[in-house]
Write a protein that binds this ligand. Structure first.
Ligand code: MG
Length: 422
């Protein structure tokens, strides 16, 4: 490979042209000439998708390039409708340089201002593409994604285990077994759900004001779980954004003695003032944001001090660079980030790259305890969580590659599997 420093390059070929071309042209000429030696030059050729259903519905994205490098990304939760959106984005991607990630993201985002690009499925679809571009960039440059996001501030990322579908029923043997299993897997933090649509103490099928009986049941679930975990295992509790502010405040107060890692979305996150009211009423840390999109969505939460901890989902909130920007914004308020994460090892590892790079990371979710076989066979690297932590790989890009045979077991019937579009 021929190496030319900037001075020799300017001397040898471009200085005589400077006067004739002017500085912008010179800059362009220097970039063009230096590119083969300094920076890989790729073009996007194609975008393909696959749809799976595990913990909810996910779309996997592959972005192809003219040099054989393929990037992968994953979207979740707001994934329904992502496939036609991603195909519509492909028209803006093919022929472009995949390493200009911010430019690609902004071009697609701003072109959708009238098409829903502020939140929801549009941003989620764009997120999957953005993550695939990071994977390409890492592979093309021979570096792990965290290195491109500012480098590691930690070598391993702490993961908490969501208890999965196993509801914590006080005294129940299966619930006890699940708690034992989570400990045996080595996790240092866990999460349970306490919202219950089928609670017999519930008087109304639609309204979510909890009765005294319902609140008693919630507290019993937490007490049962808390007692079985040793003190050094942190516990978070999720109310799934279902309840009203009255209930949220009552529960946040009653759970104070349990010293929770957080109480999650005691009210929906759409009304920031209501969330702030709950937070102001209690010493229990309040966490929210799994359905909030991009910096603009988190701005008001932070400005109004409505949450102690934010939990953006990096597979839907706008991608890895957007996640870094949200985290940095939170850092100026001394608010830690605990990403919501319910995806395959591909999305989990993509999320972990950001978590490795941001100073204010707290803990990352894992939600596949009910799908262990799928989890362990999804990528060629096998199990990526060891004793409750993801050790950041040195491999380029995201650092895991899908094992199609394993992942296809979760394919949504009747949908294409990374098929070339006409
Ligand atoms: Mg939640």
């Amino acid at each position: 490979m021929i190496h030319m420093n900037r001075r020799s390059l300017l001397k040898s070929s471009f200085m005589p042209l400077a006067g004739a071309l002017g500085l912008p042209s010179l800059s362009h000429a220097v970039q063009e000439a230096s590119t083969p030696y300094r920076r890989p030059k790729l073009k996007i050729t194609e975008v393909r998708t696959a749809e799976v259903r595990v913990h909810g519905y996910q779309v996997h994205v592959r972005v192809y390039t003219d040099q054989g490098i393929v990037g992968q990304g994953e979207t979740t939760d707001a994934s329904q409708g992502n496939v036609p959106l991603i195909q519509s984005f492909a028209r803006m991607l093919v022929g472009q340089d995949p390493l200009n990630i911010e430019a690609a993201f902004e071009r697609i985002r701003t072109s959708g201002v009238f098409a829903g690009a502020q939140a929801g499925q549009y941003v989620t679809a764009l997120t999957g593409v953005e993550i695939a571009l990071w994977d390409i960039a890492g592979k093309a440059l021979g570096l792990p994604v965290y290195q491109l996001l500012g480098g590691k501030v930690r070598d391993r990322v702490r993961i908490y285990c969501d208890s999965g579908a196993r509801e914590m029923i006080p005294g129940n043997e299966a619930s006890k077994a699940r708690i034992r299993q989570i400990q045996e897997l080595g996790f240092t933090a866990a999460k349970i759900d306490i919202d219950d649509a089928t609670d017999p103490a519930r008087f109304d099928r639609v309204n979510w004001t909890a009765s005294n009986g319902e609140i008693d049941h919630m507290i019993a679930k937490i007490a049962f779980t808390r007692e079985l975990y040793p003190k050094n295992i942190d516990l978070a509790v999720d109310m799934h954004a279902r309840y009203d502010a009255t209930t949220g405040k009552r529960v946040a107060k009653e759970v104070e003695p349990f010293k929770l890692m957080w109480l999650e979305e005691p009210v929906p996150a759409e009304n920031i003032d209501a969330m702030r009211e709950v937070r102001a009423s209690t010493s229990t840390p309040i966490c929210c944001g799994e359905n909030i999109y991009m910096r603009w969505g988190f701005r008001e939460i932070l400005e109004k001090r409505a949450a102690d901890i934010i939990m953006p989902d990096f597979q839907k909130t706008g991608g890895l660079l957007e996640a870094r920007k949200i985290a940095d914004m939170a850092h100026t308020y001394y608010v830690p980030v605990a990403p919501h994460a319910v995806t395959s090892p591909v999305g989990m590892m993509a999320t972990a790259h950001v978590c490795a790079a941001i100073p204010n990371f707290l803990v990352q979710e894992w939600h596949w305890i009910d799908s262990l076989d799928l989890w362990r066979n999804w990528v060629k690297e096998g199990e990526i969580i060891q004793k409750g932590f993801i050790a950041m790989p040195e491999r380029p890009g995201i650092g895991v590659e899908m094992n199609d045979d394993g992942a296809r077991k979760a394919q949504v019937p009747g949908t294409p599997w990374f098929v070339k579009r006409a």
